[in-house]
Design a protein around this ligand. Structure first.
Ligand SMILES: *Cc1c(COP(=O)(O)O)cnc(C)c1O
Length: 395
């Protein structure tokens, strides 16, 4: 018989992850109910989730897809963006924002961010506009909506579509308007670390039914089913009008999404309470600067991002905090610095100096609705201690 695994003499410390899903008994019951029923993939829950989501954000339409990445891709397709076109995206984002532009054969052009909010800088956007520019993607970094008034003015002046990567900002508002209604098309993600989850999943919100229809065809191979022609010609008729993908979100996922959506206000409220606690604790720590919140924004608090005073402190803090069980992370490697983009487009350091400098100093602290008050206190104590220690050693 193999020996029993031995328990380590010193158990590794429990790690508080930077984010994780929150699943309750209602969520579980909602999925089980679908499993006992007739529809595993496209069934009644898909439309129910789309309608509930649209009404939650105040949009006319919402189209469910299989991921946030698929949502971004569908958005590009809906506007017929393609080869020869350019789309401006901030560099401080997840790679998928820019990758979606490549999926349709267009070229992403990287804009810099503001040093205080780390949101896309409208002046940098304007400086990137050229004759081939078709659209601008505003990324609501960390859950804070961008300056949509200024971005919309710029987009209108040059005849561009303003789109939102709202993967972080479900539950946020800007000047009283909800994320999902701030741009022509807004993409959301339901990955487990995001504001609500369906395992994997995504949604596009829009006020334009024609764009929603194009995306519904796109998520199903580009196939349309004209029910009248089906009746006239027998029951089998369908035709492919466009090149689409299998980007469907299934009934199991939509049932989970419906249940999670009901819990969104409570989950966002918990995130805000924890973030306010961090704000109070870090106000008194020299060498640690939380990201600025614009007075016009009601932040969804997807990420709690702080900036250290320099790169060395961030490196020390990252290692020391991880060793203490504080699951810190870095969001993000600026996309224009990724080897793929450097090789393919010749991008590199120097083109987005604010994002490049921020990247050396940012740290995302644990923040998710499952965290207890004691967890938040543990994180704040560890962060304060580690940052003060690094400052003492540097002095
Ligand atoms: C998570 C995320 C995506 C991609 O979403 P997936 O559901 O993981 O495909 C895109 N953009 C941003 C800003 C994200 O955080």
């Amino acid at each position: 018989m193999p020996p029993e695994p031995r328990v380590a003499a010193t158990a590794p410390p429990r790690t508080i992850p930077y984010s994780r899903q929150s699943i309750d008994e209602d969520d579980i019951a909602a999925v089980v109910e679908v499993l006992r029923g007739e529809w595993l993939t496209t069934g009644p829950r898909v439309g129910e989730f789309e309608r509930a989501f649209a009404s939650a954000v105040g949009a006319v339409e919402a189209v469910a897809v299989s991921s946030g990445t698929a949502a971004l891709h569908a958005m590009m397709h809906a506007l017929e963006i393609g080869p020869g076109d350019e789309v401006i995206v901030p560099t401080l984002t997840f790679a998928a924002t820019a990758n979606a532009v490549l999926y349709v054969g267009a070229t992403p052009v990287f804009a810099d961010v503001r040093p205080d909010t780390l949101l896309v800088d409208p002046r940098s956007v304007e400086s990137r506009i050229g004759p081939r520019t078709r659209a601008v993607v505003a990324v609501d970094y960390a859950g804070q909506p961008c300056d949509y008034a200024e971005l919309q003015t710029t987009a209108d002046r040059y005849g561009l579509a303003l789109l939102a990567d709202a993967c972080h900002s479900l539950g946020a508002t800007w000047q009283g308007r909800a994320a999902g209604t701030l741009a022509r098309l807004s993409a959301f993600s339901f990955h487990p670390v995001k504001p609500i989850t369906t395992g994997e999943g995504g949604m596009v919100a829009t006020d334009e039914p024609e764009l929603a229809e194009r995306m519904r065809v796109f998520r199903n191979h580009g196939i349309t089913v004209d029910h009248r022609r089906r009746e006239a010609s027998g029951t089998w008729f369908y035709e492919m009008q466009d090149l689409g993908f299998n980007y469907r979100l299934n009934d199991l996922q939509c049932a989970l999404g419906l249940s999670q959506l009901k819990r969104l206000p409570a989950m966002v409220a918990r995130r805000r309470t924890l973030a306010e606690y961090y704000d109070r604790r870090f106000a008194e720590v020299d060498g640690l600067r939380p990201t600025t919140v614009d007075a016009r924004a009601e932040h969804a608090r997807h990420l709690y991002v702080v900036q250290t005073s320099d790169e060395a402190t961030r490196a020390t803090a990252y290692t020391a905090l991880r060793a203490r069980g504080v699951g810190v992370n870095v969001h993000y490697v600026p996309v224009h610095l990724h080897p793929y983009y450097r090789r393919r487009f010749g991008t590199g350091p120097g083109s987005c100096p604010v994002a490049e400098r921020a990247y050396e100093r940012i740290l995302s602290l644990p923040l998710h609705p499952q965290m207890s008050d004691a967890d938040a206190e543990f994180v704040a104590d560890a962060v304060s201690d580690v940052v003060r220690g690094a400052a003492r050693r540097a002095a």
